[in-house]
Design a protein around this ligand. Structure first.
Ligand code: ADP
Ligand code: MG
Length: 432
């Protein structure tokens, strides 16, 4: 019987916001990571993947729930963990050898022993001959090898990797994935389990034994899919592509929520994806050109977009009612068709109607501007309202997107210098 190395029991994470409100990031996460498993964690950007990894590492404490390592709750940082980050986090003034050796700084080993271990890891990760080089002399791929080396030199039971390949160009990333997979499958490293956050579905299916899919706002486990294709996997194989396709459908499926027309200011507000109107119109035209139903997986591939960039667009067209997703295929709605084939002015009208009806926050902005006798309001006013729901940073992003949409749809105008939203004369007079 394989045993569970890591057990996450009912993990929740909330962050406190001003005004006693709090934002829930993770909710009731229950995951067991077994010995011998390489597990991928997938989810929309900002869903809480990095937070979850940090909780497993003991760097962030959960608001509720337990992390067990080898059956015992962790206290402080998890001793069995080595961590690899997206941004390589190397010290520029240290050589490759010194950077790798840093992984052993808390070990009670003699200096020669540390050097011996570090050199052996450097050899293993393919950096033999670069021991004395400084990070700035290395390519991105080599720097990430150093990052991985620094984690591996600790001989951790569990290797946690947070989007380790996403800062690398495609070929370099492929190369590094293969090398790492070889170390893992041929048991050249003593690591018992790897947990990897990625926003590439293909990468998850290529590398892992299990793909765990998270929802967002808050993150829950919405799917836990086992990938039992033997290595090395062929990305053209039909079993491979059908799994990729399946995960795409899971990630892009939205709960259908009734449209809120009550104008209730306290109601939970739904975040809008950070996609400018210009990108949306282009995307809708493209789907219209491509025909009736389009396979999302192939579309993302054709556009060379990874999830991080692709999911928000897909989500935005759904929120605005321009497209619907069925089983991993995207199809324009009637409104979407009309939009794709309309004149510029008519497009703005359609967008205006959709945004006002379907995006509660947009409805609130318009309502406020109409209610004020001068039809003006400072940006900061809205940021403060949204802050209670999303926190300061996200509130600013949300308002930026709403301003972009609102200006495109000519719902209101925006004075960038004065940071004021206002209704132009005609819209103030004609609307309502
Ligand atoms: P992911 O890695 O999936 O992109 P993260 O785990 O980095 O997501 O973040 C999840 C959410 O938690 C984000 O909305 C982020 O803004 C929020 N968040 C992260 N750290 C804090 C914090 N210290 N205070 C408030 N919110 C935070
Ligand atoms: Mg992250």
């Amino acid at each position: 019987m394989k045993k569970a190395l890591i057990e996450l029991q009912q993990i929740s994470k909330r962050y406190d916001l001003p005004n006693q409100a709090n934002v829930s990031i993770l909710e009731d996460i229950n995951i067991n990571i077994m010995e011998g498993e390489l597990v991928s964690i997938l989810g929309p950007s900002g869903s809480g993947k990095s937070t979850l990894l940090r909780i497993i590492a003991g760097l962030v404490s959960p608001s509720q729930g337990l992390v067990l390592y080898n059956g015992k709750p962790i206290v402080g940082t998890n001793p069995g963990i080595g961590m690899v980050f997206q941004s390589f986090a190397l010290f520029p003034w240290l050589t490759v050898l010194e950077n790798v050796k840093l992984g052993l700084q808390n070990r009670l080993l003699r200096e020669e022993e540390k050097i011996r271990k570090a050199l052996s890891v450097i050899d293993m990760i393919g950096l033999d001959g670069f021991e004395g080089a400084y990070p700035k002399e290395l390519s991105g791929g080599m720097r990430q090898r150093v990052g991985i080396g620094r984690a591996l030199v600790m001989e951790p039971d569990i290797l946690l990797m947070d989007e380790p390949f996403s800062a690398l160009d495609v070929l370099t990333a492929e190369n590094l994935k293969r090398d790492l997979l070889e170390l893992w499958t041929e048991k050249k490293i003593p690591t018992k389990s790897i947990i990897m956050v990625t926003h590439s579905i293909e990468e998850a299916v290529y590398m892992s034994d299990r793909a765990i899919v998270l929802s967002r706002d808050p993150a829950r486990v919405i799917s836990d899919i086992s990938v039992s294709i033997p290595h090395w996997r062929d990305k053209q194989d039909s079993l491979f592509t059908s799994l990729v396709d399946r995960i795409y459908s899971i990630l892009t499926k939205r709960e259908i929520k009734p449209i809120d027309t009550s104008g209730d200011l306290k109601k939970k507000m739904e975040k809008v994806p950070r996609v400018p109107a210009g990108a949306l119109t282009g995307f809708i035209e493209l789907i219209d050109d491509l025909g009736i139903e389009v396979d999302l997986y192939k579309l993302a591939d054709q556009l060379s977009l990874d999830l991080e960039d692709f999911l928000p667009i897909v989500e935005a067209v759904q929120i605005l009612g321009f497209a619907a997703i069925h089983r991993g295929d995207i199809e324009l709605t009637d409104t979407g068709h009309q939009f794709a084939n309309a004149s510029v002015l008519h497009r703005k009208e359609i967008f205006r109607a959709q945004a006002q009806q379907r995006v509660p926050m947009m409805g609130k902005i318009i309502w406020v501007l109409h209610s004020k006798s001068n039809n003006k309001m400072e940006r900061e006013f809205f940021v403060e309202i949204f802050e209670k729901h999303f926190g300061a940073e996200e509130a600013a992003h949300q308002l930026d997107i709403l301003i972009d949409w609102g200006r495109y749809a000519e719902l209101f105008a925006y004075d960038e210098k004065a940071k004021v939203l206002y209704l132009e004369q005609e819209s103030a007079a004609t609307m309502d």
